[in-house]
Design a protein. Structure first.
Length: 95
């Protein structure tokens, strides 16, 4: 019986997780921005994290999360995101 329960639970989890993976980073970022505007910081952070998990080179997601970290007073994490943005953003040839 426990094997059947485990299999049912696994199928249920996969059914709910599949739509999340169908989204792209941009849609997660947009959801995060709406949540942040509504003052739902923790939920916004989850959405930014998903955007970055889907696309690890998504600069706008890192910038949004860095701003959210600033709003939350989490400076060390903000710095890490800004460093990642610097890695991903090409250097200006004139500077």
């Amino acid at each position: 019986m426990t094997i059947l329960r485990r299999q049912a639970l696994l199928l249920l989890l996969l059914a709910f997780a599949a739509p999340a993976f169908a989204q792209d980073g941009k849609s997660f970022r947009k959801d995060a921005e709406k949540l942040r505007a509504a003052g739902q910081m923790d939920a916004a952070l989850e959405q930014y994290n998903l955007a970055i998990r889907v696309d690890t080179d998504y600069v706008k997601a890192y910038l949004g999360r860095a701003q959210l970290y600033l709003d939350m007073g989490r400076m060390a994490e903000r710095l890490k995101d800004m460093e990642r943005v610097a890695e991903l953003t090409p250097k200006d040839a004139d500077n």
